[in-house]
Ligand binder design. Structure first.
Ligand SMILES: *Cc1c(COP(=O)(O)O)cnc(C)c1O
Length: 382
C-alpha cells in the first residue's frame, strides 16, 4: 500500500475496492432476481466515471446510470457500450446526441416524450425511454394525476415506432432511514403507477432502489437496482449493520517541512492554537483549495508516521500544520487525510460527521485542479 513516491495532494482510487463493492451489491440484487445499474454521475462521485464504469461492468453491473447528457456522451465516446441511462436535461438542451449514441433517456412529461420521439424520428431510430413517476420525493418525475396521460402517450408513441418504453422508475426520499413510513408509501404508489402502465399496454421493467434500498429492502429491488454511493464503499445505512463495503478513495499528501517550535508560539493565521510545550510541527501542502474544509480547523486528524495526529491552527488555502510532539517525522513522509480507516486514519464519513454533512458531499468535492488522481489495483479481501 505504501509506495515511495511523494504527493502534494492525491486521490488514490482503489479499483479493487470498487470491484469488491459492486460484486457485493450485484450479489444482493441477483438474490432477488434483479440486475444492477451502477451510478457513475458526477464523475463517478469524484472517483473518475470511466474508471468506475469499467470496474463496475467487470464485476457484475450490467447497466450504468448518469445524470447529465454530457456525462452519458463522455462514457459513450470512451467506448462504453453497456446500457446507459441519463435522466437530467433541461428544456433547451439538445437530446439528439444521446439518442444517437443509444443512451436511454428518462421522461417525466408528455412534452419530454414528444421531444424524444421527434429527435428519434429525425435520426430514423427508436429512442429507449424510462418513464419516471414521482412517488413522493417531489423532485423530478411525473405527478400521479398526469401519469395516466403520460403512459397513454408513451403507448401510442411506442406503437408509432419512435419510442420503446424500457422501464418505469422512481426514486426514494428516505431509504437511508430504514423503517421510515415514506418508503412503503412510495412503494405502493410505484406499484399503482406500474399497474397503470400495464393497463396502457406497456410491459416495462421497474427500478426504484438506491444503495440504501439495495442493502435493506430486497423486496424493492424489482428488475434493476441503482446503487451509487455504496459502489464507492461508503455505507448510506451504517446503522443497519456492517455491509462489508470498502471505501475506494484515499486522500493523501506528504510532509514538505518539519520544524520545532517553542512553548507559547501561536500557529497559523489568527493564532487560534498556541503550543503549550515545545513541539515538532509537520507542514502538509494541502488546504481548503484542495478540498480540506477550513471548517475542520482544530477539529481534524491525519495519519502520519504510524498514527493519528491532530491538525493544529487554521487550515489555510494551500497548507496545514500537524502536531507531532517529540516524534521523528521527516520530509516526504506520507500523510493520509482520509481513507478506508484500516490504519486508524480518518474516513470521509468522519469528516462528514464533524462537518454535519454526508460522505457523499465529501467525496464528490475532492477532485480539483491541483489534486491528482491515481488509480491502483489493490485486491480487496472479499
Ligand atoms: C444518485 C442517484 C442514485 C444513487 O443513489 P445512492 O444513494 O448514491 O445509491 C440512484 N438513482 C438516482 C435517480 C439518483 O439520482
Amino acid at each position: 500500500m505504501n509506495d515511495q513516491s511523494t504527493y502534494r495532494a492525491d486521490l488514490r482510487i482503489d479499483v479493487g475496492a470498487i470491484r469488491h463493492n459492486v460484486a457485493v451489491l450485484a450479489g444482493h440484487a441477483r438474490r432477488s432476481g434483479a440486475r444492477t445499474m451502477a451510478i457513475v454521475k458526477s464523475d463517478g462521485y469524484g472517483h473518475g466515471a470511466l474508471t468506475v464504469a469499467r470496474a463496475a461492468l467487470d464485476s457484475g453491473a450490467e447497466w450504468l446510470g448518469v445524470a447529465s447528457i454530457a456525462e452519458a456522451l463522455q462514457l459513450r465516446r470512451a467506448g462504453i457500450d453497456a446500457p446507459l441511462l441519463c435522466w437530467l436535461y433541461s428544456q433547451d438542451e439538445d437530446i439528439t446526441p444521446v439518442i444517437g449514441a443509444d443512451v436511454d433517456v428518462s421522461a417525466s412529461t408528455v412534452a419530454d416524450l414528444h421531444r424524444i420521439a421527434t429527435a428519434a424520428s429525425g435520426l430514423g431510430r427508436t429512442a429507449r425511454v424510462h418513464l419516471k413517476i414521482d412517488t413522493g420525493l417531489n423532485r423530478s418525475g411525473c405527478p400521479a394525476e398526469q401519469w395516466p396521460d403520460l403512459v397513454d402517450s408513451a403507448a401510442r408513441a411506442q406503437t408509432e415506432g419512435n419510442v420503446e418504453v424500457v422501464a418505469v422508475w422512481s426514486h426514494l426520499a428516505c431509504a437511508d432511514e430504514p423503517g421510515h413510513p415514506s418508503i412503503d408509501m412510495q412503494a405502493d404508489r410505484f406499484e399503482r403507477a406500474y399497474e397503470q402502465a400495464k393497463q396502457a399496454g406497456l410491459r416495462p421493467l421497474r427500478h426504484l432502489a438506491n444503495s440504501a434500498a439495495v442493502l435493506t429492502r430486497p423486496d424493492l429491488h424489482f428488475d434493476l437496482v441503482r446503487p451509487g454511493i455504496a459502489v464507492y464503499g461508503l455505507d448510506p445505512v451504517p446503522q443497519a449493520g456492517d455491509h462489508g463495503l470498502r471505501p475506494a478513495m484515499t486522500f493523501r499528501s506528504s510532509v514538505t517541512l518539519t520544524k520545532r517550535i517553542a512553548a507559547g508560539e501561536g500557529v497559523s493565521y489568527g493564532h487560534s492554537w498556541t503550543a503549550e510545550q515545545p513541539a515538532t510541527l509537520a507542514l502538509v501542502p494541502v488546504g481548503y483549495a484542495d478540498g480540506v474544509p477550513r471548517a475542520l480547523s482544530g477539529r481534524m486528524w491525519v495519519w502520519l508516521a504510524g498514527k493519528r495526529r491532530p491538525v493544529v491552527g487554521r487550515v489555510c488555502m494551500d497548507q496545514l500544520m500537524v502536531l507531532c510532539g517529540d516524534d521523528a517525522v521527516s520530509d516526504g513522509d506520507e500523510v493520509v487525510l482520509f481513507g478506508p480507516g484500516d490504519r486508524t486514519e480518518p474516513t470521509a464519513a468522519e469528516w462528514a460527521d464533524t462537518l454535519g454533512t454526508i460522505h457523499y458531499e465529501i467525496v464528490t468535492g475532492m477532485y480539483r485542479p491541483r489534486v491528482s488522481r491515481t488509480v491502483v489495483e489493490t485486491e480487496a479481501e472479499s
